[in-house]
Design a binder for this molecule. Structure first.
Ligand code: UDP
Ligand code: MG
Length: 161
């Protein structure tokens, strides 16, 4: 059966990760993918795109009234973004920890932001901040057919099942 997945729902949480234009320019895409792969998360969607004003306005609509919003949209539209969907147990929470604090100067070494960025306005990467938000963001950035539901063969090495 082609689309069967043995993973229980608790192992199938998904999040949207995006390498922002500064991360792409600085050739950090492979480094970032490597971190999520080595952690054991499963890549189920990936593409490079020039984000439209529409997608960015929707993605950051909660921040519309913030003073930094216009600069944020210009930054996010300044070059291509690599959007990805990663899957696994608690991936939303774990990826926020891997990404580090929003303000790069507060981000701990060992995190993506803490290792590769200095300033809050050029912080390399986006990660959804809750499961509900992740579902919305995945629906915004990806069509259902772009997400590939493949079966992991090392399941018992990753999870105690
Ligand atoms: N941002 C900014 N200045 C600020 C706060 C946020 O430029 O003072 C940008 C930054 O790129 C950040 C994004 O707006 O990643 C979204 O802000 P949020 O608070 O959601 O942070 P995140 O979830 O990305 O850590
Ligand atoms: Mg956020």
């Amino acid at each position: 059966c082609l689309h069967y997945s043995s993973a229980a729902p608790e192992f199938r949480e998904r999040t949207l990760i995006a390498v922002k234009p500064d991360g792409v320019q600085r050739r950090l895409v492979g480094e970032i993918i490597g971190r999520f792969e080595r952690r054991g998360f499963k890549l189920v969607g990936i593409k490079i795109l020039q984000a439209s004003e529409g997608i960015l306005a929707n993605h950051y609509h909660d921040l519309q009234r913030k003073p930094f919003y216009p600069a944020l949209i210009r930054y996010m539209a300044s070059g291509p973004v690599v959007a990805m969907v990663w899957e696994g147990h608690n991936v939303v929470k774990s990826s926020r920890l891997m990404v580090g604090e929003t303000d790069s100067s507060q981000a701990k070494p060992g995190t993506v932001r803490g290792d590769f960025s200095i300033h809050i306005s050029r912080n390399i990467i986006h990660a959804s901040d809750s499961v509900e938000v992740a579902e919305k963001e995945i629906g915004l950035w990806f069509h259902g057919a772009e997400l590939i539901d493949w079966e992991t063969k090392d399941h018992t090495d990753l999870y105690n099942v």
